[in-house]
Design a protein around this ligand. Structure first.
Ligand code: FES
Length: 145
């Protein structure tokens, strides 16, 4: 079996929603200290809906495919739904990622949450801090061989 699914290859070679939003309502930037990859997600919010989303990912193919898929999954959706998006759901939507690449999809989940938190902060919207744990405190520990 190929290491990467067709969906991963498709979203890597033809990523959706690449770029930046100059008038973004929220921007989330996260990185993985181990591999040095960085992901930035921009969201535009209308009412309670994420009306537009773009990303810039300086990272591996799995991180780019995860960003592409994750942005597709939250576009046009309520913020509450975007907050529930897990890296597992992103990886499943991509028909799976190799185990040692699962942490790449974690970046997408974290970047979306960071963008929503930024939106709340900028608008002065109150939120439950427990919804936005510091990603570094729960950083995924990938076993080294
Ligand atoms: Fe860094 Fe994939 S190896 S995010």
């Amino acid at each position: 079996m190929a290491l990467y699914s067709e969906k991963v290859m498709d979203h890597f070679t033809n990523p959706r929603n690449v770029g930046k939003l100059d008038d973004a309502d929220g921007i989330g930037e996260v990185g993985n200290a181990k591999c040095g990859d960085i992901m930035k997600i921009y969201i535009k919010v209308e009412g309670d809906i994420i009306s537009d989303v773009k990303f810039n990912t300086f990272g591996c193919g799995s991180a780019i495919a995860s960003s592409s898929m994750a942005t597709e999954m939250i576009k046009g959706k309520p913020i509450s739904e975007a907050l529930e998006l897990t890296n597992k759901a992103v990886a499943e939507a991509l028909d799976g990622l190799p185990a040692h690449k699962l942490h790449c999809s974690v970046l997408a989940e974290e970047a979306i949450r960071a963008a929503i938190k930024d939106y709340y902060d900028k608008r002065g919207i109150a939120y439950d801090k427990a919804q936005f744990p510091d990603p570094h405190e729960e950083e995924e520990h990938v076993e080294e061989d």
